[in-house]
Design a protein around this ligand. Structure first.
Ligand code: PLP
Length: 451
């Protein structure tokens, strides 16, 4: 058997850092806490065993769903902070980590060109979107929220929670919001907020933000950019011109969501929401004047729907951004460009091979394809078979139901009539090291394609 992967490689770094952190509290009288005895050790052994029942998300041959391992610095910083367990709902619950959160969020805002804004971390993208749509609903009560049919499924659910009507419009042949469909719906009136997804969860499609902003001038609605997954691509230099133009326009949005736990190298529990107009802080019903929202005295819990949040998440993000600043051309940006490079390289291999069916090229780092077949049913069955077969070769892909309308322009020779959707293979190439593993991944697909 091969050597197991070295999951313990960060643990050496942690001990001396915990000792260094403890020096800050050396004046306190000694108090011994609970330590790990034999019984606890047994439980932890059992935990390690139970956790083996996972796909190897950390490994480059895991190329399925939207998962990315945290950076070692994020992991160690999280554990360091967790040993104190600060709570960023208030300054006295997490003094240092609240300051770190404000600095880290400033880094996120700066990525989109915002110097003045209101923003904070959240437990994830869903909470962040909830907050953005909640503010939108406060500003335009009773109006509808509108996304494309490829918008994240939680927008409909969030709107229901907020008692706002939710509608969706068609997407185009690359899974982007159709500008025509949007314009047509806007003429009907009643739309208060348009959710532009920059990087859809299914295909990584980027809605045409410049067109949406042009329509805003005519129809006057709020623009919320859901960039939970795609937001960091603002830094990449290898996007198509249309994609680039959408990212360049993000600063014109009214609110933005980006998830550091998607592409930002963070452990789960780290999303963020940013508002262009800091005065929306008034909706959180705080009595202080609104200059308070940019002061150092600001308690993050007073501008957040959530109360308790992990200060450790803020410390981890702060440390990661300190090491890898969010600069175009920097190491973090280069790594994202490698992810997109990996997706383009694998897509090119699949596209050149007659045994496979591809559709649109990836806009970011997600690709979809299917083994060639005569009908929707044949492709779906072959995709499912290949998904299983790849896993037996330790290559972990994902399956996705693709609406037939999206495939029609590309799959002329496949009998698609009668079917609503086709099961396709999907791969999120979200690790920079995927670029070095494209050959290996292709080698497995090449062998499977022959079978
Ligand atoms: C992942 C994702 C979400 C939901 O975010 P969570 O962090 O999973 O709650 C929302 N929108 C988009 C576009 C996403 O990719």
């Amino acid at each position: 058997m091969a050597e197991p992967p070295d999951l313990a490689r960060d643990s050496d770094a942690l001990t001396p850092l915990l000792e260094e952190l403890a020096e800050g509290f050396a004046e306190l009288p000694l108090s011994t806490g609970v330590s790990i005895d034999a019984r606890a050790r047994d439980v932890l052994h059992e935990t390690a065993q139970r956790l083996q029942d996972n796909f190897p998300y950390f490994h480059p041959l895991y190329a399925g769903q939207m998962l990315k391992p945290p950076h070692p610095v994020a992991r160690v910083a999280y554990q360091l902070a967790m040993s104190i367990n600060p709570n960023n709902h208030a300054l006295d619950g997490g003094r240092a980590s609240s300051a770190m959160e404000k600095e880290a969020v400033a880094g996120l805002a700066d990525m989109f060109g915002w110097q003045s804004y209101l923003g904070h971390l959240t437990s994830g993208g869903t909470m962040a979107n909830l907050e953005a749509l909640w503010v939108a609903g406060q500003l335009a009560p009773g109006t509808a929220v509108l996304g494309s049919e490829q918008a994240h499924y939680t927008h409909a659910r969030i709107s229901q929670v907020l008692k706002l009507p939710y509608e969706s419009v068609a997407s185009d042949a690359r899974g982007r919001m159709s500008t025509q469909a949007l314009a047509q719906r806007l003429r009907g009136g009643g739309i208060g907020t348009v959710v532009a997804t920059l990087g859809t969860t299914g295909y990584g499609a980027v809605d045409p933000l410049p067109d949406i902003l042009k329509l805003r001038e005519e129809f006057g609605f709020r623009v919320h950019v859901d960039a939970a997954y795609g937001g960091y691509y603002a830094l990449a230099d290898n996007l198509e011109p249309e994609t680039r133009a959408s990212f360049d326009a993000i600063g014109e949005a009214d609110s933005i969501v980006v998830d550091p736990h998607k592409h930002g190298l963070q452990p789960y529990g780290c999303g963020s929401v940013l508002f262009k107009d800091a005065s929306v802080g008034r909706f959180y019903r705080h009595d202080s004047p609104y200059t308070y929202f940019s002061s150092d005295e600001l308690h993050l819990g007073e501008i957040s729907l959530e109360c308790s949040r992990a200060g450790a998440a803020a410390a981890a993000l702060w440390a990661t951004q300190r090491l890898l600043p969010l600069n175009p051309g920097g190491e973090f940006a280069r790594d994202l460009e490698r992810c997109r490079g990996a997706a383009l390289a694998l897509f090119a291999r699949l596209q050149d091979d007659p045994r496979y069916l591809t559709a649109f090229a990836p806009e970011l780092d997600i690709i979809i394809w299917g083994p060639r077949g005569a009908s929707a049913e044949a492709v779906s069955a072959a995709s499912r078979a290949q998904f299983e077969a790849a896993a037996r070769h330790n290559l972990h892909l994902a399956l996705i139901e693709v609406p037939v309308a999206l495939l029609l322009p590309y799959w002329g020779e496949v009998a698609l009539d009668g079917a609503d959707s086709v099961t396709c293979l999907r791969s999120c190439l979200m690790k920079p090291e995927h670029l070095d593993w494209v050959d290996r991944i292709w080698q497995i697909l090449d062998e499977l394609g022959a079978g």
